[in-house]
Design a protein around this ligand. Structure first.
Ligand SMILES: Cc1ncc(COP(=O)(O)O)c(C=O)c1O
Length: 378
């Protein structure tokens, strides 16, 4: 099996699985319990917390664990907007966010916030000028996806955040870094942002664990209520096992970020060379997109048909975001691409385990698909 859908999720690294297994055996006590083994769980959890925080230049007390990045995004977006609603009810984001940001924005719109979505252009790029033009004195929150999950389009967060804060120093900036965490070096202090979310299952960790960086001293209204875990921001007994697991996943990737990026660039180059043989392939990702996500249209062939053909020969790719199963690509639609290009889109996303041979197999399979599958009639 050749797995080329790493933007959807990644295989769990066996060293991560081992840490989780051992944690389940040895660290079952509730970290909030007052007896010794509870304190041991808390110590282990905080060691993991400090490690993960250090990976993005944050302090241990600025790192919160959640059940997934969707939850982290919800906590940040509702919490930051509601804490600022008395002076500002304008919230700004891009038109190509993951649903875990898009839908909370829509819900805040129903609650009376003024929501601005800045769409990407046809090349998949969201204009920095347009984002900045949307920020005014009443803008309480800007939420930006660092690397888009469908095309790999990448925003310059450091430059954008600085410019947003020059326009309105009170505006909180939240970053959805699910597709960039542990793939690009991130220093939250340099980025000058209030919060940033990430997920375990995109970095060879387990599903069911997410993280949220929240700059110390940031005014936020907790919306996930219950026991006072995670300093009252995220109620619920902490998943100590997966917290240790995500820390291990970070430990494995952190020293290899530059090397992995070089590897992805090489794979992308090889893929683009292979795709150049086809007269019906259009590249939908922007030229300077993150190298591990390549969105193409194999025009004349429907995504689903192609996807099932590739699956039948043991190759997994996707037709867009894994979260919008069956529905057409949100990002490509917002890019206003021709319908035929949207209907024939494929997302190829690399992981650390992929090789040039995997890319060669994909190219061979696409050639076979062209021979065997019937073209859709216009
Ligand atoms: C950009 C982006 N944000 C948020 C999420 C949601 O992450 P999770 O599955 O951990 O809730 C995803 C998952 O695909 C994503 O790609």
């Amino acid at each position: 099996m050749i797995y080329l859908d790493n933007a959807a999720t990644t295989p769990v690294n066996s060293r991560v699985a081992q840490v989780i297994y051992e944690s389940m055996q040895n660290c079952f006590a509730n970290p909030s319990a007052l007896y010794n083994i509870g304190a041991d769980s808390e110590t282990a959890m905080n060691k993991a917390r400090a490690f993960v925080a250090g990976c993005i230049g944050a302090k241990p007390g600025e790192m919160y664990f959640t059940s997934c990045a969707s939850e982290s995004n919800n906590i940040a977006i509702y919490g930051l907007a509601l804490a600022r609603k008395n002076w500002g009810k304008r919230i700004v984001t891009t038109g190509y966010e993951h649903p875990a940001v898009q839908h909370p924005f829509e819900f805040l719109g129903e609650l009376g916030f003024e929501t601005i979505f800045v769409n990407p252009d046809k090349s998949g790029i969201v204009s920095e000028e347009e984002i900045l033009a949307a920020v005014d004195s009443k803008t309480c929150l800007v939420s930006l996806i660092h690397v888009n999950n469908e095309t790999g389009a990448k925003l310059d967060i450091e430059r954008l955040s600085a410019a947003i804060k020059r326009k309105n120093p009170r505006t909180a900036v939240h970053i959805d870094a699910v597709q960039s965490f542990m793939k690009y070096p991130i220093d939250v202090k340099k980025l000058n942002i209030e919060s940033l979310s990430f997920s375990g299952h995109k970095i060879n960790g387990p599903k069911g664990i997410g993280g949220l960086y929240l700059k110390s001293g940031t005014n936020i209204k907790p919306v996930f209520l219950g026991g006072g875990q995670e300093k009252g921001l995220r109620a619920g007994t902490e998943n100590i096992h997966y917290i240790q697991g995500i820390a291990k996943a970070c430990e494995i990737l952190k020293p290899n970020i530059s090397r992995n990026l070089r590897h992805y660039r090489q794979l992308k180059k090889h893929l683009l060379e292979g795709l150049a043989q086809f007269d019906n392939v259009v590249i939908n990702s922007p030229q300077d997109a993150a190298p591990y996500t390549v969105n193409i249209s194999f025009t004349g062939y429907r995504s689903e048909t192609l996807l099932h053909f590739l699956d039948s020969v043991g190759i997994c790719v996707s037709s867009g975001s894994a979260c919008s199963k069956g529905s057409q690509s949100h990002t490509l639609t917002r890019m206003k691409l021709p319908q035929e290009q949207i209907d024939s889109a494929l997302r190829i996303s690399f992981g650390v385990q992929n090789t040039e041979e995997d890319v060669d197999s994909l190219i061979r399979a696409l050639k076979a698909a062209k021979e065997k599958l019937q073209k859709v009639k216009k």
